[in-house]
Design a protein around this ligand. Structure first.
Ligand code: AMP
Ligand code: MG
Length: 325
């Protein structure tokens, strides 16, 4: 398949309406958009990504008022959350509308829904006028695409079009909250923190904090399926460290990389290193750094653990998974 490189939101919307696959930017990471009501198109998307069919996709809308295009019901707690956090990096899991393809939701009776805070994304979604399922724009298991060039690296020849826009600002995927049961449950950490959610919905629980089967109220094996699959992994081995390593032998550092918030003695010996100026910049640049590690054929990357505040826990979650944990 010949991939078109485009910069027209109209063109992108048209390809999606006609059943094609288009990568476009959001504020979190690039997504591959597909008409969520078109089962054949959704099947092609799973194929293009090499994504396991039991990993559900998030449906994207241009406006919060359009939730009835994806969900059958808007529980009160979801309404409170989306009033505050939409448009933005928050996905709410709601009872599914039958029109959404079962392949999108991996057969679950719930659907993840989000309104991105990105003018190009929203313009494409507005003009497509269909609910758009959009997983991260990368081959399954790889670090998510945060630049159009990274998207091209993984998906050129496998999808219909790539929108050539600036790199994404947040750099890690949305916070996911299950609102389909009696208590909201944080399934995946993101830029919107548990504390922010609890300010609006104090009863919000962390998935990790309890027995998932009991906390997740929808009684299905929700398990935020993404947790089960390998994710965000470069070819290089990833090692999480609390402080920059000093004792790496010269031979090893020549084929190793380091990224983190602090430098220190020994950093210059690495084949590739990047010190980020803030936790936000670290999150925004993390996946692209992992990709650069692979481009430069490093065998190992030392990753300084993200600290606990703000987007830190979300970045730490991605670091853990990049390391295979
Ligand atoms: P990605 O598209 O790669 O950002 O992954 C989307 C993730 O959202 C999935 O891996 C799940 O963790 C989560 N998700 C999407 N839909 C649902 C749902 N209906 N129930 C629970 N988690 C969901
Ligand atoms: Mg992904």
């Amino acid at each position: 398949m010949l991939t078109e490189y485009i910069d027209s939101t109209e063109r992108a919307a048209r390809i999606i309406r006609e059943g094609g696959l288009v990568a476009f930017p959001t504020e979190t990471v690039f997504g591959i958009g597909v008409d969520a009501t078109n089962g054949d198109a959704v099947a092609r998307l799973f194929e293009a990504k090499g994504r396991p069919s039991n990993n559900p996709l998030i449906v994207h809308l241009d406006d919060g008022g359009h939730w009835p295009r994806a969900a059958s019901e808007l529980p009160m707690v979801a309404e409170l959350l989306l009033d505050v956090f939409w448009p933005g990096p928050l996905t709410v899991v709601l009872p599914k509308l039958p029109a959404i393809s079962d392949q999108v939701t991996a057969g679950l009776s719930t659907v993840g829904v989000r309104v991105p805070d990105h003018s190009i994304a929203r313009e494409i979604l507005r003009s497509a006028a269909v609910p758009v399922a959009a997983p991260s724009a990368n081959r399954s298991g790889r670090p998510s695409g945060t630049t159009w060039q990274a998207v091209a690296e993984d998906l050129d020849g496998r999808i219909d079009a790539i929108f050539t826009a600036d790199s994404t600002t947040i750099g890690i995927e949305s916070t996911v909250v299950d609102c389909s049961g009696p208590l909201p449950v944080l399934l995946r950490p993101g830029a919107i923190t548990l504390q922010q959610l609890q300010r609006v919905a104090p009863e919000t629980k962390d998935f990790r904090a309890g027995d998932k089967r009991q906390v997740v109220a929808s009684a299905e094996q929700v398990n935020s399926p993404g947790i089960l699959h390998p994710h965000y992994q470069p070819s290089a081995k990833v090692r999480i460290v609390e402080v920059p390593p000093t004792g790496v032998s010269v031979g090893a550092s020549a084929v190793s990389a380091f990224c983190g918030l602090e430098g220190g003695a020994g950093i210059d010996a690495f084949a590739l290193s990047r010190i980020f100026g803030s936790i936000e910049e670290y999150a925004a640049g993390f996946y692209e750094f992992l990709r650069e590690v692979d481009r430069q054929s490093c065998e190992m990357v030392f990753v300084q653990a993200a600290p606990g505040d703000g987007i830190g826990p979300a970045l730490r979650d991605r670091q853990r998974r990049a390391a295979g944990g």
